[in-house]
Design a protein around this ligand. Structure first.
Ligand code: ADP
Ligand code: ZN
Length: 720
C-alpha cells in the first residue's frame, strides 16, 4: 500500500504530494485525511494523506511512513474539496489552505502537542467496609453518587482518601473532560415574533432544502438575533446542523450568552481567545456529533459537520471575515461553497450590508429580506457638534452639549457609552523647542504615549520605550502632546463627573482572558455609569439602560485613504448609534467631529441605508471601484524599499501588456513600514480578464526563491 502525502515546506508553496510506502502493520490505520509522520530529507515532517494506491507510481525510491498520527481523519471529504476551492480563490498553496482550516492542535506541524484533559474520579468497590468518621463521609458520598471527583472527596480528607484507596475500598477512574464548561440547563426566554420576523422566517424555510442565499437587511434592534435562533431551532429539530458566524466572538459575549441560554449543551464555541486545549475540545465535540450548533468567528466556517442545514453570518459586512494573511480567504465565499454542497440556505444578516452584497441582492444573486422596524419602534435622536467651534470656546474633549447630556443622563440614573477609536493617552509627543517627534524606529510613525504605563508605544509593531526626559535633538526638556486616546478621555471624564463610576474597555484593559466578559457583565448590572471604549464596544452589545451614546472624532475614519472609508464610517456610526435606546427608553446620540456634513455621516444620522447606498454607488461608478469593477492587489514586502520599487515597476511592465488590466501604483501601502519591513503595492482593476490568474501564478513562481522580497496576492482585498 502506498499513500500520497502533502507536507508543508517552508521553502515554498510546492503543491506536490509525495509518495510513501505503508508498512503492513500500519495499513489498518490508513485513511484519507489523516495526518502521518514521514521522513523528508534529513527531517521528519507531518503531512496529510490525500490519496491511497496499491501501486508505486513514482520515479524515486519510496520511503516508509513512520507513524499514523490520528485516530480519525482530521479532514473529511468535504473539507478536502473545500481546501482545493480555497486554493483556487486565493492562489495559495493547497497545504496552507488545509492548515488554515484546522485548529492548531490538528495542523500538520510537529511540536503542537495538545492532549486530552482528564479528571480523576473515585468509585466504591467494597460496599461493606466500615471506617472512621471521615472515611464514612467519603463512603456515603460515593454510595449516593457512584462517581465523585477527586477534588471533592479530597476536600473532606485527603489522607482518608489515600487510606481507602490503599485498602482497596475505593478505586480511581480517569475520565476525559472538556475544558469549556457547558450549560446543562436552557432558559426559556422566547418572545412572540413580530410580523416582520415571522415573514422572514417563513420565507427562508420554504427553501430549506435547497441552495438558497439570503441577504437579511434588518436595522439594529429589529430582532435579527431572535430570527437566527428560530432558524437554528428548526434546523436542529430536523436532525441537521447549523453554523453561526459572528465578527469577533470575544466582542459579542452577550450574543453568545443568548445562544447558550437557548441551546445549552448543543453548542460548541470557536474563537481566537480560547486556549489551544479548549479549541481542540470544541472541535472534537463537533466531530463526535455531540453538538449540532457552532457559533464562532471566521474559522468556525470550517466546522467539520456533515449534515449542515443552514449557515448564518451575522454582520456580514464585517472585515473580520476576511483573513488578512495567506491564504487570504473570505468566510462568505467558503460558506457559499459549503451550502451549495449541502443544499441548504445561507442567511447573511446586517443592518448595513456591504455594497457588494447589497448589489448582489439587487441583481437577484441573493434574495433580499428586510426588517425595517425596531422592536421598540423608535430610533435614537442624533445631534451633531462641530468641534471647531467647541475648541475655540475651550471645550476640546467633551462638547458643551455632550457634557450637558451626560449630566442629565446620570441624574436619571441611566447609562452612557462614549466611543473613541484610539487608545493610549495622546497620539504624538513633540519637543516644544525644536518640534522633534518621538517616532517608532521600526515603522516610521509617531509613538503613542501611554500614561498609566508611563511609556511610548508603537501600535503596529509593539516597540516601546521610556518617555523622553530630554529631547535627543536639541536637549530641550519640555514637551507637548497632541491628539487624545481613551486613557486621556477617561481621565477627563472622571475629573468632570467625579461621582460617576467609569469603565474603560480597550486592548489595554482587556488583555486578560475573560476580562472582557466580566466588564460587560458588570456594566450590564449597572456597576458602572459610563463605558468608554474603542470600536470593540460598538458591536452587538445590548444594554437596555443605555440611553446616551457619544462618539468622539466620529469622522476620524474618513481620513483613512481607502475607497471604502465612507462605507466604514457609515457602518460604524450606524452600529454605535444602534446601542442607544434599545429597550423601552428613548435614546440619544451625540456625534462630535470636524466634517460632519459628509454624506456618510448625514445618512447614518437619518438611518438611511438606501440613501447612502445610492450616493456611494454613484461615486464608485464615477471612480471605477468595486462593485463596478474587480480589484486585485500585488504586494511586495522587504527591507529595501528601493529594490521593492524596482521590482514593482518590472511587474507593472509585465502586466501592462494586457489591455484588460488597469494597473495603479506602485505605491506604499497605508502603513508603509512595519517592523522594518516595507510594503509596496500595485492595484489591478479589471472587469473581465481571462489571463489574469495565470499571469499572477507566473509572478508568484518568479518570487518564490532567489529574491530579496516576498510577493503576496490578494484577489479581493477589503483594505486598500
Ligand atoms: P438585532 O440583532 O437586530 O440588533 P436583537 O435580536 O438583538 O436585534 O433584538 C433587540 C432586542 O429586542 C433584544 O433585546 C431582543 O431580546 C428583543 N426582541 C427581539 N425580538 C423580539 C420580539 N419579537 N418581541 C419582543 N422583544 C424582542
Ligand atoms: Zn513600530
Amino acid at each position: 500500500m502506498y499513500v500520497a502525502v502533502i507536507v508543508e515546506l517552508s521553502a515554498k508553496a510546492v503543491d506536490k504530494t509525495f509518495t510513501y510506502h505503508v508498512p503492513p502493520m500500519l495499513e489498518q490505520e490508513i485513511e484519507i485525511g489523516k495526518r502521518v509522520l514521514v521522513p523528508f530529507g534529513r527531517q521528519q515532517l507531518e503531512g496529510f494523506i490525500l490519496n491511497i494506491t496499491r501501486e508505486e507510481v513514482c520515479d524515486y525510491p519510496v520511503k516508509d511512513i513512520l507513524k499514523v498520527i490520528d485516530e480519525h481523519a482530521v479532514l473529511n471529504q468535504e473539507l478536502l474539496k473545500l481546501g482545493k476551492y480555497m486554493q483556487k480563490k486565493t492562489l495559495s498553496s493547497l497545504v496552507s489552505c488545509y492548515q488554515t482550516m484546522l485548529p492548531r492542535a490538528l495542523k500538520a506541524h510537529k511540536n503542537t502537542k495538545v492532549s486530552k484533559k482528564y479528571e480523576t474520579y473515585y468509585q466504591l468497590v467494597d460496599q461493606t467496609y466500615v471506617g472512621n468518621e471521615k472515611q464514612q463521609a467519603i463512603i456515603s458520598l460515593l454510595k449516593e453518587k457512584t462517581m465523585v471527583l477527586k477534588k471533592e472527596l479530597a476536600s473532606i480528607s485527603s489522607s482518608s482518601l489515600q487510606t481507602l484507596e490503599k485498602k482497596g475500598v475505593i478505586q480511581s477512574v480517569k475520565r476525559e473532560v472538556y475544558r469549556l464548561k457547558l450549560k446543562e440547563q436552557t432558559i426559556d426566554d422566547k418572545v412572540i415574533l413580530t410580523a416582520e420576523q415571522k415573514s422572514v422566517i417563513d420565507r427562508v424555510l420554504t427553501k430549506e432544502k435547497q441552495f438558497s442565499p439570503f441577504l437579511l437587511h434588518g436595522v439594529t434592534g429589529s430582532g435579527k438575533t431572535e430570527v437566527y435562533m428560530r432558524f437554528i431551532e428548526h434546523v436542529t429539530k430536523q436532525g441537521k446542523e447549523a453554523i453561526v458566524l459572528v465578527p469577533e466572538i470575544s466582542l459579542t459575549p452577550q450574543m453568545v450568552e443568548r445562544f447558550r441560554n437557548r441551546f445549552g449543551n448543543q453548542i460548541a464555541i470557536l474563537h481566537s481567545r480560547l486556549s489551544l486545549g479548549e479549541k481542540y475540545d470544541e472541535w472534537r465535540k463537533i466531530e463526535r456529533r455531540e453538538v449540532s450548533i457552532v457559533i464562532g468567528a471566521r474559522s468556525a466556517i470550517f466546522a467539520p459537520f456533515t449534515n449542515l442545514g443552514m449557515i448564518i453570518i451575522d454582520e456580514e459586512h464585517s472585515t473580520t471575515y476576511k483573513q488578512e494573511n495567506m491564504p487570504k480567504y473570505h468566510a462568505i465565499d467558503m460558506a457559499l461553497y459549503r451550502v451549495k454542497t449541502h443544499h441548504c440556505p445561507i442567511v447573511l444578516g446586517s443592518a448595513t450590508p456591504s455594497l457588494e452584497s447589497y448589489t448582489r441582492a439587487k441583481l437577484g444573486i441573493y434574495e433580499l429580506l428586510e426588517m425595517k422596524h425596531r422592536i421598540n419602534h423608535t430610533f435614537p435622536t442624533i445631534h451633531f457638534v462641530d468641534m471647531k467651534e467647541e475648541i475655540k470656546k475651550g471645550y476640546p474633549i467633551l462638547s458643551r452639549l455632550l457634557e450637558e447630556k451626560i449630566k442629565q443622563c446620570l441624574e436619571k440614573k441611566e447609562q452612557i457609552i462614549l466611543l473613541l477609536n484610539k487608545r493610549g493617552y495622546s497620539r504624538v509627543v513633540t519637543c516644544k523647542n525644536c518640534g522633534e517627534v518621538d517616532m517608532c524606529p521600526n515603522c516610521d510613525i509617531p509613538l503613542i504615549y501611554h500614561k498609566e504605563l508611563h511609556d511610548m508605544q508603537c501600535h503596529y509593531c509593539g516597540y516601546h520605550k521610556p518617555v523622553w526626559k530630554i529631547c535627543p535633538n536639541c536637549k530641550g526638556d519640555s514637551f507637548q502632546t497632541f491628539g487624545m486616546g481613551t486613557e486621556r478621555l477617561e481621565e477627563y471624564v472622571k475629573k468632570t463627573f467625579p461621582m460617576a463610576n467609569i469603565l474603560r474597555m480597550d486592548v489595554d484593559t482587556t488583555t486578560k482572558k475573560g476580562s472582557h466578559e466580566k466588564m460587560i457583565q458588570a456594566f450590564s448590572e449597572h456597576q458602572y455609569d459610563i463605558l468608554i471604549g474603542t470600536q470593540m464596544i460598538a458591536k452587538g452589545l445590548d444594554f437596555p439602560n443605555v440611553t446616551l451614546v457619544g462618539v468622539l472624532e466620529s469622522d476620524n475614519s474618513l481620513n483613512i485613504p481607502d475607497f471604502r472609508s465612507a462605507e466604514r464610517t457609515f457602518q460604524l456610526l450606524n452600529q454605535v448609534s444602534g446601542r442607544a435606546g434599545r429597550a423601552d427608553k428613548l435614546g440619544e446620540v451625540v456625534l462630535q467631529g470636524f466634517q460632519l456634513d459628509h454624506y456618510s455621516i448625514l445618512y447614518a444620522s437619518k438611518h438611511d441605508y438606501q440613501g447612502f447606498y445610492q450616493e456611494e454607488m454613484h461615486i464608485r461608478k464615477k471612480l471605477n471601484y468595486p462593485p463596478y469593477t474587480n480589484l486585485s492587489f500585488i504586494q511586495l514586502k522587504g527591507k529595501d524599499d528601493q529594490y521593492l520599487l524596482k521590482e514593482a515597476n518590472k511587474i507593472k511592465d509585465y502586466l501592462q501588456n494586457d489591455h484588460t488590466l488597469q494597473i495603479l501604483g506602485p505605491s506604499f501601502s497605508n502603513i508603509p513600514k512595519i517592523n522594518q519591513v516595507y510594503t509596496i503595492q500595485l492595484i489591478i482593476k479589471y472587469k473581465k480578464s481571462p489571463q489574469l490568474i495565470s499571469k499572477l501564478k507566473f509572478l508568484q513562481e518568479q518570487y518564490m526563491v532567489g529574491k530579496k522580497c516576498k510577493l503576496e496576492i490578494d484577489l479581493n482585498p477589503i483594505r486598500v
